[in-house]
Structure formats: structure tokens, C-alpha cells
Write a protein that binds this ligand. Structure first.
Ligand SMILES: Cc1ncc(COP(=O)(O)O)c(C=O)c1O
Length: 489
């Protein structure tokens, strides 16, 4: 088959054109049984392909027909041996990767700043996380990836580790020396699994960081919906055979996936793959050009700063994706959150994210010069609006110690717990996730022993007005810990 073809989308169109009389779910039956206002708004086309796994349309849980063909074309496009379509985002694909490589008591090496789906899978698997501290950028107040050297040290210290997980690239677009990390792990026959949520496009342009499959990684969970032009929730799990088994992945994937798979979402994956494979280079080239131009212009706006290749100085910050515009607003005397709100109120612009010091704007296949000009114009106006408050601000980015893990996150998750005053909690085992932004690294995860140093770190951040995330008690006067078993006399 050729990359110009879309077997799954074509099968849906063919099926719809036959106009079969449907006696199966979904019960809205091509929209006829649906609330009219919603039906009219979304249109009959999408509803007519909102179908289910009847024989002509194959089954994601055991693909033998058009889904198999579509996945095969995707594997070819991504340079993988096998591709699984996920309709549960990259979160679902990450959980599949982790539950494939680790079981109860197994160690897995992960960066401390992992996405919550990684920690959820570690809890479900009953695995033991071995954390690597990511590199910190004190200028922008963000965390980067992990270095190949730290992965090597972790593997030397824990030779029984069953896998290494790498985030490549990070949300902010920075990439580690993935090839080196893969080589270090493969020398020990340890599989490398990659959270590639922000990297679907990188395979299709040589000015972008190396993709997980190109670097020789064993699995990569990749959000096609984020930067690759498909519908929200659609991702792929790319696999290189050797250290992991396709059959095992298929069964774990099936355990975690709904039996009511969305065909519009699957079809959008099929078509996004075609667009990336056939026109990806040209489209991404234009995004890169627009973003580079935007970066240059932002760096000329007083008090604003947009991160670029000058940040690349270690094996954790080895390469970058120029289509991510990380814009520091701290010297304007406002927070990233205030900038987000100002842009919403005054320019009708929605940014990708904001934190204490920055906003992040992404330039994708969907942008043109017009949108970029609107952004630059709005940023210039914002700079003028706050000009009188501007001053050089030192960022307050400190890194917490990683506490000792007393029990697996899974055991902590299932233990009996109680609330206690934070100030008295040293020595107890934490049962919640607590992090401070920036740099968004957990201070505690369930199962870790609370220390005086970490309590002081939390207090220092609260006193500095930095947002603490995760605890049940948002004031953090109290913390949830594993209930102490007192001796009975
Ligand atoms: C680093 C990282 N990994 C994984 C995910 C999960 O991706 P998805 O939203 O496709 O489930 C995200 C989502 O923002 C992310 O930022």
C-alpha cells in the first residue's frame, strides 16, 4: 500500500455510502436519535461514521482488516516495526508501555518530572520508580530532560532495572541526547520507552530533534492529536521489536482500552498519518519558518524573552523544537498567569500554558503568518501596557531533595491514611503527590518518607507565594500520611 492511501477512512466512507440499516450501537443511528441542536451543529457527516466494530470495519482489539492496514502504513511512516492506534491519548499509550515492561516489585528508571499517567501506571503495576532528577533551567524556571550520564549512573546503581523512561521532547520542546541514552540502556539489554507526547512531527523534518524510533528506542507513546493534525485523544504507540513483545503489548493495550472505540478518532489518525507522510516536511517547514520569525520578533520586544538554541548546552538539553515559543514575561513584572489572562481579555488569544514566569505558545501545521502577526502585535501591546512595572526579576527556582521510598506507590495508594499537621509530619510516609511550580517537580509521591528538609522546602515556597499543587488540603497546613499502627498494650 502507498502512503497516499487511507484504508480505514476509505472503509468508513464505503460503508456509509452503502447506507446499511443499522440495528447496532451507537443508538443515535447516524444522528437520527440525537438531540437535534447537537446534531445540526456537528453535522451528519461525522455522525454517519460514528460506528462500531462490525466486521467490515475491523476491531482495534484484534485488528485483521482495515485497522491493521492503517496501523501498518503508520508504522512505515514513523519508522517503527509496529504501530498501535490509541483512542485514549498518549496517557493510555504510556500506561500500556509501562504495564508491558514492569510488574510488581520491578524497578523502572524515570525522570522525576513525569506526566501523571506514568505515575498512575507505576501504581497499577506495583513497580518501584527509581527517579532521576531532571536538569533545571533557572533562567526560565522550568525542568528539562535527563542526561545520558545520569541514566548511566542509575543503570550502574540499579543493574536490575527493567526499563528506562525518557520524555522526548519535553512540553517546552527541549530534547535530551536520546540516541546516547538508548545506547547506554541497550548495552545492558534494558528497553527504553519514550513519552513522545510532544513529538509526533519530529520524524518528518530534519531540523527537529531525533524521534524515538530513529534513536532506536523500543517503544514510544506519541500524541498525534497534539501536533500532528488528528482529533483530540488520538495517539500512536510505536514499537521496535527485540526487547519487547508485540503480543504482550497488544494484550496490555487491550486490557486498558474501551471496547467502544471511536471510529471518527481512528479515521482522523489514518488521515493525519497520510498528511504527515506525504506533505509533513513541507508543512512543518513552514511552521518552523513562522516560529523562527516569531522568536526573532519577540526577542526584540522590550522585557520579553523567547528561549532558543542558546539554551542547548548539555546532554539533557541537546536539541530543541523551534516551533515551541517559550516566552518569559517575568521582567515585565507580571506572572505568566497574568500574561495569559491579559492576552485573553485584550487580544482574544489563548496560549498553550502559563506558569509563574512564562507563557508557552505553539506554532503548528494549522498556523499562518496572520496568526503569528496577531500574537506579536498583542505581545507588543502587552509589553507597553506593563512597561512602568518592568524590572529584572530573579527567578526563585530551587530543587527539592528526592526523599527515600519506604513502600511502593501502589502499597501507599492502598494503605489506610490520615491527615496530620505538615509541621509534625517528618518521619511519616506521604500518601499524596505534592509539587511546586516552578519547576513542576514532585516534592513527594505516595510512599516517600517526609523529611524536615522537604517540609522546609515546601514552607519556603509557600512563603514566596509559589503555587503548590496536588495536596488534598490546598493550604498545606495538613498532609495525608500513611496511618501509623500503634502498639497495643
Ligand atoms: C509530557 C506529557 N506526557 C503525556 C501526556 C499525555 O498525553 P495525552 O493528553 O495525549 O494523553 C502529556 C499531556 O499533556 C504530556 O505533557
Amino acid at each position: 500500500m502507498s502512503q497516499l492511501e487511507t484504508p480505514l477512512f476509505d472503509a468508513l466512507l464505503k460503508h456509509r455510502n452503502r447506507q446499511p440499516i443499522q440495528f447496532h450501537i451507537p443508538g443515535h443511528k447516524k444522528g437520527q436519535g440525537m438531540d437535534p441542536a447537537f446534531r445540526e451543529f456537528v453535522g451528519d457527516n461525522v455522525l454517519s461514521i460514528d460506528l462500531i466494530n462490525i466486521a467490515p470495519l475491523d476491531d482495534l482489539h484484534s485488528p485483521k482488516g482495515v485497522i491493521k492496514e492503517a496501523q501498518k502504513l503508520a508504522a512505515e511512516a514513523f519508522g517503527a516495526d509496529h504501530t498501535f492506534f490509541s483512542i485514549q491519548g498518549t496517557s493510555g499509550a504510556i500506561m500500556t508501555m509501562i504495564l508491558t515492561v514492569v510488574g510488581p516489585g520491578d524497578k523502572i528508571i524515570v525522570p522525576r518530572n513525569v506526566h501523571k499517567s506514568t505515575m498512575s501506571a507505576i501504581v497499577l503495576a506495583g513497580a518501584i520508580p527509581i527517579f532521576i532528577a531532571p536538569e533545571i533551567d533557572t533562567e526560565y524556571g522550568i525542568s528539562h530532560g535527563i542526561s545520558a550520564e545520569s541514566v548511566e549512573r542509575a543503570l550502574n546503581t540499579y543493574p536490575d532495572a527493567k526499563a528506562v523512561l525518557v520524555i522526548n521532547p519535553t512540553y517546552y520542546g527541549f530534547a535530551a541526547d536520546l540516541k546516547k541514552i538508548v545506547d547506554v540502556a541497550h548495552e545492558r539489554s534494558v528497553p527504553v520507552i519514550v513519552d513522545e507526547a510532544h513529538g509526533v512531527h519530529i520524524k518528518f523534518h530534519d531540523e527537529l530533534p531525533i524521534s524515538a524510533m530513529e534513536a532506536g528506542a523500543d517503544m514510544a507513546a506519541t500524541s498525534v492529536h497534539k501536533l500532528g493534525g488528528s482529533m483530540t485523544q488520538s495517539s500512536v504507540l510505536n514499537v521496535r521489536e527485540g526487547l519487547v513483545s508485540i503480543n504482550r503489548i497488544q494484550s496490555v493495550f487491550s486490557m486498558l482500552t474501551t471496547t467502544s472505540t471511536s471510529y471518527p478518532i481512528l479515521a482522523s489518525l489514518d488521515c493525519a498519518r497520510r498528511q504527515l507522510a506525504v506533505n509533513g516536511h513541507e508543512l512543518i517547514d513552514e511552521s518552523i519558518r513562522l516560529a523562527k520569525d516569531a522568536r526573532k520578533r519577540i526577542n526584540k520586544i522590550p522585557h520579553l524573552k523567547c528561549a532558543g538554541r542558546e539554551k542547548l548546552n548539555s546532554s539533557a538539553t541537546y536539541d530543541m523544537d523551534p516551533t515551541k515559543l517559550l516566552i518569559s514575561v517575568k521582567d515585565l513584572g507580571i506572572t505568566g498567569h497574568q500574561a495569559e489572562e491579559w492576552l485573553r481579555q485584550n487580544a482574544n488569544i489563548e496560549v498553550e500554558l502559563s506558569d509563574l514566569y512564562n507563557i508557552l505558545c505553539i506554532i503548528t501545521l494549522g498556523d499562518t503568518k496572520k496568526e503569528v502577526n496577531l500574537l506579536i502585535n498583542a505581545l507588543q501591546r502587552m509589553s507597553q501596557a506593563f512597561d512602568s512595572e518592568a524590572s529584572i526579576v530573579e527567578s526563585l527556582v530551587r530543587v527539592p531533595d528526592i526523599p527515600a521510598l519506604a513502600m511502593s506507590p501502589r502499597n501507599a495508594f492502598y494503605s489506610q491514611t490520615e491527615m496530620m499537621p505538615l509541621k509534625d509530619s517528618a518521619g511519616y510516609i506521604c500518601s499524596e503527590f505534592i509539587m511546586v511550580y516552578p519547576p513542576g517537580i514532585p516534592i513527594f509521591i505516595p510512599g516517600e518518607i517526609i523529611t524536615e528538609e522537604n517540609i522546609k522546602y515546601i514552607q519556603m515556597n509557600i512563603d514566596a507565594g509559589l503555587p503548590v499543587q496536588g495536596p488534598e488540603d490546598p493550604s498545606l497546613k495538613t498532609i495525608r500520611v500513611i496511618k501509623e499502627r500503634k502498639p497495643i498494650f
